[in-house]
Write a protein that binds this ligand. Structure first.
Ligand code: THU
Length: 130
């Protein structure tokens, strides 16, 4: 599916504004393009019990899957606090679970205003899958 990287990144930027991150003060937003062509967004949501925190990427992916999506085609990630906000290991594993068999999942980040587009396989080589 062809899609607009800029539009997906803009959805991540919008979502980062909803971040609940009083502990780290590190806001993150994610925009997820699902198999239906619909975009879902998420932000990081922290908790006083720190381990309960959820990352923006998993928030957005779980929203998509819980709305009936079966596949994730692309994930844009944005933080106003860092360039190239790359996904953590846990989120890479969750992305891999919902990657399509027919199209490699793309991960979009922004560095100094320039979009960087990479395949999930670059972030998670030799990933675990059943
Ligand atoms: N965080 C994300 O939302 N996504 C990532 O891929 C890395 C980390 C969040 C979790 C926590 O709220 C804050 O960034 C600092 O780790």
């Amino acid at each position: 599916m062809t899609y607009n990287y800029e539009q997906l990144m803009n959805s991540a930027k919008e979502a980062s504004k909803m971040s609940y991150s009083p502990f780290s003060r590190f806001a993150v937003g994610a925009g997820v393009l699902a198999g239906s062509g619909k975009i879902y967004t998420g932000c990081n949501i922290e908790n006083s019990s720190f381990g309960m925190t959820i990352c923006a990427e998993r928030c957005a992916i779980f929203k998509a899957i819980s709305e009936g999506e079966k596949e994730i085609l692309a994930v844009a990630i944005y933080s106003p606090n860092a360039d190239n906000c790359y996904p953590c290991g846990a989120c890479r594993q969750v992305m891999s679970e919902f990657e399509s068999d027919s199209a490699e999942l793309e991960v979009i980040t922004e560095n100094l205003g320039q979009l960087e587009v990479r395949k999930l396989s670059e972030f998670l080589p030799f990933g675990f899958k059943i």
